[in-house]
Design a protein around this ligand. Structure first.
Ligand SMILES: [Zn+2]
Length: 132
């Protein structure tokens, strides 16, 4: 049974696409809800999106992401957040731009005596030296 989304009265006698009955008060309420929904989509969603993005940029979020991507690549990740953050803190603004976390010889686990923060180019050099 199709019902009015505002007052829940049956609207089976109204055209199939209708979502509300023909009561003035339901029309008004329906318009109000629609307008609110549009307002939220236009005005609030970009803000929530920005907040979500900002949250994803926090050190703890990045640590979690690094942890999971290392695991996904089959690399053991033994750094605690504190260890990881101590390494990154001085270079934080350069993370993902010119600096990355490198493992010595590009092998082994991500653990405190096997990692350093270095430039992408040095890391690539090391990876090539290791290969050949
Ligand atoms: Zn109604």
């Amino acid at each position: 049974m199709r019902t009015c989304m505002i007052c829940l009265a049956s609207i089976e006698h109204i055209r199939p696409q209708a979502k509300k009955c023909k009561l003035k008060s339901c029309q008004r309420e329906y318009d109000r809800v629609k307008a609110l929904a549009r307002y939220h989509t236009k005005k609030h969603e970009p803000k929530f999106k920005a907040e979500r993005q900002a949250l994803a940029e926090t050190p703890t979020a990045r640590y979690n992401k690094h942890f999971h991507s290392a695991n996904a690549r089959g690399i053991e990740f033994k750094l605690t957040f504190a260890e990881w953050w101590n390494l990154w803190k001085p270079y934080w603004d350069e993370r993902g731009k010119s600096m990355c976390m490198c493992r010595t010889g590009d092998t082994g686990a991500y653990e405190i005596n096997n990692v350093r923060i270095d430039t992408y180019s040095n890391n690539a050099l090391e990876a090539n030296n290791h290969k050949y």
